[in-house]
Design a protein around this ligand. Structure first.
Ligand SMILES: [Zn+2]
Length: 256
């Protein structure tokens, strides 16, 4: 049947002599694979539309459980054009696309996560200096929407409310207090300062339009990033295979 949906192009690759295949995150059908036939013939205007990051209105021939669907029409809604003007924004935007492409199976729609993605790409294209904050917000709310809400108010071992710095326990995949760590210390454990724990609560409660009002220092951002990535790597299938996380990591650990 012929259907329509908004969709973000995650990745494209050439197919046969004239076609391309697109991995697309659609609002209504989840992640799908579309083939655009003949698009690489000379002067075909659709090739410039079918580019990563673009938010499109798509019409396609859809059949459930089929691995590929045929694209009929694509119109551009937003190209997030400023995102391409800044190298760090491209790195963060690519990481968002790669995470969605890796962790989602085909045909699992999630409109909340779709809106989270489009809003995050939109913010990345408009707030080029705040992309570390935007990405933290994206990671946290992606994990929460997938059902993996990190517990940050009390120790996962003794249940006492945190009053001091916490430790991310790699063996428990959770935050524990400084009393419990004495018995359970591992090489991969790391500290999350008490101030950063309080900031997690703000990231949780703040609407995405107000995230720049949350005061996050360089240390807060780096600790939050380490925590969210470690937490998501253990909970979310295929998260470890997202190669572009390595590129993003450099931005959180840079010294200047
Ligand atoms: Zn404890």
């Amino acid at each position: 049947m012929i259907v329509s949906s908004k969709g973000i192009i995650l990745k494209i690759f050439p197919y046969s002599n004239t076609s391309i295949i697109c991995n697309v995150f659609t609002e209504t059908y989840g992640k799908i694979t579309l083939i655009s036939k003949g698009v690489r013939k000379p002067k075909n205007p659709q090739l410039s539309i079918l580019q990563p990051f673009h938010l499109l209105d798509l019409t396609f021939y859809y059949k459930k459980n089929r691995s590929m669907h045929i694209l009929k029409e694509a119109d551009i809604t937003s190209d997030f054009s400023h995102l391409r003007e800044d190298l760090s924004s491209i790195v963060f935007g690519s990481a968002i696309n790669n995470i969605i492409n890796r962790i989602f199976e085909e045909d699992f729609p999630n409109e909340v996560i779709f809106r989270l993605c489009t809003k995050s790409l939109d913010l990345l294209s408009k707030n080029l200096r705040n992309n570390k904050v935007i990405f933290i917000f994206f990671l946290y709310h992606l994990s929460k929407q997938l059902g993996f809400m990190p517990s940050y108010k009390s120790c996962n071992s003794c249940n006492q409310k945190f009053k001091n710095d916490a430790i991310f326990s790699s063996s428990l995949n959770a935050l524990i207090c400084d009393q419990c760590i004495i018995h359970q210390s591992m090489d991969l454990d790391f500290v999350i300062k008490f101030l950063t724990l309080q900031k997690i609560d703000l990231v949780n409660k703040t609407h995405i339009n107000q995230i720049f009002e949350v005061d996050l220092s360089k240390d807060n951002l780096s600790e939050l990033f380490n925590f969210l990535i470690a937490f998501m790597n253990s909970n979310i299938n295929h998260m470890l295979k997202v190669n572009s996380i390595k590129e993003v990591t450099k931005f959180y650990h840079e010294r200047n």
